[in-house]
Unconditional design. Structure first.
Length: 260
């Protein structure tokens, strides 16, 4: 980082159905002079479930309000999975708040009908059972790559614990918000700030080719595929994640200079 120009703030937006704690290890590896904000979304991480109906626009507006409260005109925004969907909603609704963008493990398109139906079924199940059993059975196994399952039992256990902490109301609200999200492909061409698309080479949810197409649609975008990682790159490969995000922040400083 420049000795005269502090880096912009960095907002980290977590994946479903986890919480801000998914970034704990990666945060320790970021540049020490980067101001990092890690909000809970949709009722995860001890935050209240939004009173408004399920919509990622609600969460994007909350991120904009967070920047206001922090006295920040803009920030580098990094979202993982659901967090990336929120970052895309922010890009649509509040484009001036972005100084840089990281989309990790993300799709740009809307859910297909069968995916929306699955989300609704999961929402109904957790509310009816008052338990997140269905997440452990159907969601958690696909979040991590094969390498992590084979050689990182600590990460597997961390994810199991984080999923188990998910409040059922937050799970249902978030599932319905993601099911209702629009296609954001058109948003990508209007993102004129430095952007990075991160994907795990072993991601069973978002194929590398799909991530490559997102990066190609971003005017100042590039792709980074992370070996040995699945859908949760910050947990599976925290050093690589932190290095990639730091490089993007440095790119923002070099391009525009100055604090947010």
């Amino acid at each position: 980082m420049s000795a005269h120009e502090p880096p912009p703030a960095l907002v980290l937006l977590h994946a479903f159905p986890l919480s801000p704690r998914m970034f704990d290890q990666a945060r320790l590896l970021l540049e020490p002079d980067v101001r990092v904000l890690v909000p809970g979304l949709a009722g995860f991480g001890g935050t209240p479930v939004p009173a408004a109906g399920p919509s990622l626009d609600v969460l994007a507006d909350e991120v904009a309000a967070l920047l206001d409260e922090a006295g920040l005109a803009s920030a580098v925004v990094c979202g993982v999975s659901m967090g990336a969907y929120v970052a895309l909603a922010l890009a649509r609704r509040h484009p001036a708040r972005l100084r840089g963008l990281v989309l990790a493990s993300s799709r740009a398109g809307a859910d297909a009908p069968e995916a929306r139906e699955r989300r609704e079924r999961i929402a109904r199940a957790v509310l009816a059972e008052r338990d997140v059993r269905v997440l452990h059975e159907e969601v958690a196994p696909g979040l991590l790559g094969a390498t992590t399952h084979e050689v990182r039992p600590d990460v597997v256990e961390d994810v199991r614990r984080l999923v188990g902490e998910a409040p059922v109301e937050a799970v249902a609200w978030a599932q319905r918000a993601m099911a209702a999200r629009p296609d954001s492909t058109d948003v990508l061409a209007d993102v004129r700030v430095p952007a990075l698309v991160l994907v795990g080479e072993e991601d069973a949810i978002v194929p590398v080719d799909e991530a490559r197409a997102i990066a190609a649609a971003l005017p100042v975008g590039r792709l980074m595929a992370v070996p040995g990682a699945g859908h949760l790159v910050p947990l599976e490969r925290p050093a690589e994640f932190a290095a990639a995000v730091t490089q993007l922040v440095q790119q923002v400083v070099a391009q525009r200079g100055g604090p947010a």
